[in-house]
Design a binder for this molecule. Structure first.
Ligand SMILES: Nc1ncnc2c1ncn2[C@@H]1O[C@H](COP(=O)(O)OP(=O)(O)O)[C@@H](O)[C@H]1O
Ligand SMILES: [Mg+2]
Length: 231
């Protein structure tokens, strides 16, 4: 479904990603793992078209994303929840979701209802301003907003970062549910190893901008994983 082929990305003279390739199959929950600073967010930004790669190509359902603007990539069915989660602080939870229904030609009310259904905690907070949400609630809202666009591939950048364990479990359930019940394809970037390993069927691990492990997560060697992911 998503094919990243020999991607090189640089910020000015500093190359960050080196010859990164990965194949995300349809209906898969695929994880990109790696320590802080290895280039995970940079990879997602290149996939979304926020950054222009210096080499390599990215295809989504056979279409060359290099020829498409970021908004065209969203139209094609990609949805990106950035690490910063970026909601409008002055809008309520419900308004934050409605804005997406109105702005996206993919979105509609049914998708909004489904997204709220997935996060029971949000249903109780529909009237609260997004700027007043806790970190975990804001993370759920960010995922819900992405879901309103009915993505074919949902891309999540470290949804567990800075969140208390009980809400991490809710997010884990929601992601697992989405993938198993709707078959939505999910590309998850995550440093929290246990979370990633519980969810993902396939993976790559990045280290210093290079792919150092790839394949089925079930085949991962625990000792090797710890070496690659822990400080
Ligand atoms: N806008 C930028 N300009 C220059 N360097 C950047 C920029 N964004 C990230 N970097 C650098 O690129 C490297 C990879 O960052 P990032 O992709 O955010 O890593 P990760 O998401 O794996 O923590 C880091 O060394 C970071 O400092
Ligand atoms: Mg990052």
């Amino acid at each position: 479904m998503l094919s990243v082929q020999n991607l090189d990305v640089a910020y000015g003279p500093t190359q960050i990603l080196f010859d990164v390739s990965m194949e995300v199959p349809a209906n898969e929950l695929f994880c990109v793992m790696g320590r802080n600073g290895v280039g995970k967010t940079t990879l997602l930004n290149a996939i979304m078209g926020v950054l222009r790669p210096t080499g390599g190509r990215v295809f989504f359902e056979g279409r060359d994303l290099g020829k498409m603007h970021p908004y065209q990539r969203v139209k094609a069915g990609l949805a990106y929840v950035p690490q910063t989660r970026g909601s409008f602080p002055q809008l309520t939870v419900l308004e934050s979701l409605k804005v997406v229904v109105d702005a996206s030609d993919r979105g509609d009310r049914d998708a909004m209802e489904d997204a709220i259904e997935l996060f029971p905690r949000l249903r109780k907070l529909l009237g609260r301003k997004a700027g007043l949400l806790s970190g975990g609630e804001a993370a759920q809202l960010a995922i819900a907003r992405a879901l309103v666009t009915k993505p074919r591939l949902l891309i999540l950048d470290e949804p567990t970062e800075g969140i208390q364990p009980s809400i991490i479990l809710e997010i884990e359930d929601a992601i697992a549910n989405l993938n198993s019940s709707t078959g939505m394809s999910i590309l998850l970037v995550e440093q929290y190893m246990e979370f990633a390993l519980r969810l993902a069927g396939k993976h790559i691990v990045l280290d210093a901008g290079e792919v150092v492990s790839s394949g089925a997560t079930a085949d991962l060697d625990d000792a090797r994983m710890r070496e690659l992911l822990l400080l």
